[in-house]
Structure formats: structure tokens, C-alpha cells
Design a protein around this ligand. Structure first.
Ligand code: HEC
Length: 137
């Protein structure tokens, strides 16, 4: 009896895992950060700009946004900056959201947020991808 239960549980886990692997892009579209496995998949690198942007946000050597911001699904975030939620409602104007990432000091001169565009930490293309991702959360 016990053994059967374990087998059934094992099978369920396998189905869940398989489902998870198939649902990689929708996961990011639903407002969650992509996994590192997804970001570092050399055979099938992400092609959806919003997923690429999510990877930039999570990458410690690129955006590293979670050093300061909590984002749903990100572990061990910092709390120097506000939690990033409902971004599309907070920033209906995409240009204003992009400007915040490009150079946050324009809006708040004493901010601790690095001016990612002005200081060339990220390229213009990368910032567009980050914005694409932010609009999903
Ligand atoms: C060193 C800390 C730090 C880092 C790193 C950082 N931010 Fe921020 N961020 C802040 C702070 C502080 C604020 C509060 C408003 C301000 O000071 O501009 C902020 C504000 C924001 C806002 C506006 C939020 C709102 O609701 O008004 C967005 C969007 C944002 N950050 C996105 C990002 C993204 C995307 C990244 C990574 C590419 C990032 N931040 C990296 C500190 C940081």
C-alpha cells in the first residue's frame, strides 16, 4: 500500500515537472521571474524579450534589481527599494518606466538606484527587455 502511494506520488511529480518545463514562457508572462535553468539554457536560450528581461533583472552581474527590490518569485531580495508589483498600473506610460531604469536620478536626484542607461550598466536593448518583463509583473 505504502509502496503504491509512493509510486503514484512519483508519477505525479514527474507529470508536474514535465508540465513545468513545457510552461516556461507562460510562467514569465504570468508575472514570475524566470528560473536560472531557463535563463542559462544553452540549447534553447530564451527568445521572448520579456523572459530575457526577467533574466537580466535576476542576473547578479547585469540588472541585479533584486539586490534592492522584492519581486514575486525571487528569493532573498533586498528591500532598499519598493516591492515591484502592478508595474503596468503604476506606470501606464512605458516611456516613464523606461526613464526610471535609464536614469532614476532624473525623477529622484538622491536615489540609490543606479542609472543603468546613463552609466552604461545595461544597453538600450537590455533596458527595453527589462521594461518588457516589468510590464508582466
Ligand atoms: C541600489 C538599489 C537599487 C537597485 C540595484 C535598483 N533599484 Fe530600482 N529603486 C531603488 C529605490 C531606492 C527606488 C525608489 C524610488 C527612487 O528612489 O527612484 C527604486 C525605484 C524603482 C522603480 C519605481 C517603483 C515605483 O513603484 O515607483 C522601478 C520600476 C525600479 N526601481 C526598477 C528597478 C529595476 C528594473 C532595477 C534593475 C535593472 C532596479 N530598479 C535596480 C533602488 C534600486
Amino acid at each position: 500500500m505504502r509502496k503504491t502511494a509512493r509510486i503514484i506520488l512519483g508519477a505525479t511529480a514527474a507529470v508536474l515537472l514535465a508540465g513545468g518545463a513545457g510552461a516556461i514562457t507562460p510562467a514569465a508572462a504570468a508575472g514570475h521571474v524566470p528560473t536560472s535553468a531557463e535563463c542559462n539554457n544553452k540549447a534553447h536560450p530564451p527568445t521572448d524579450p520579456a523572459v530575457i528581461g526577467g533574466c537580466i533583472v535576476m542576473n547578479r552581474k547585469l540588472g541585479n534589481c533584486i539586490a534592492c527590490h522584492a519581486i514575486a518569485g525571487a528569493s532573498l531580495p533586498g528591500n532598499v527599494g519598493p516591492r515591484l508589483v502592478n508595474i503596468k498600473r503604476r506606470f501606464p506610460d512605458r516611456a516613464k518606466l523606461r526613464a526610471q531604469i535609464w536614469d532614476a536620478t532624473v525623477r529622484s536626484p538622491r536615489t540609490s538606484m543606479p542609472p543603468f542607461g546613463r552609466n552604461k550598466i545595461l544597453t538600450g536593448k537590455q533596458i527595453n527587455e527589462v521594461v518588457d518583463f516589468l510590464e508582466t509583473i
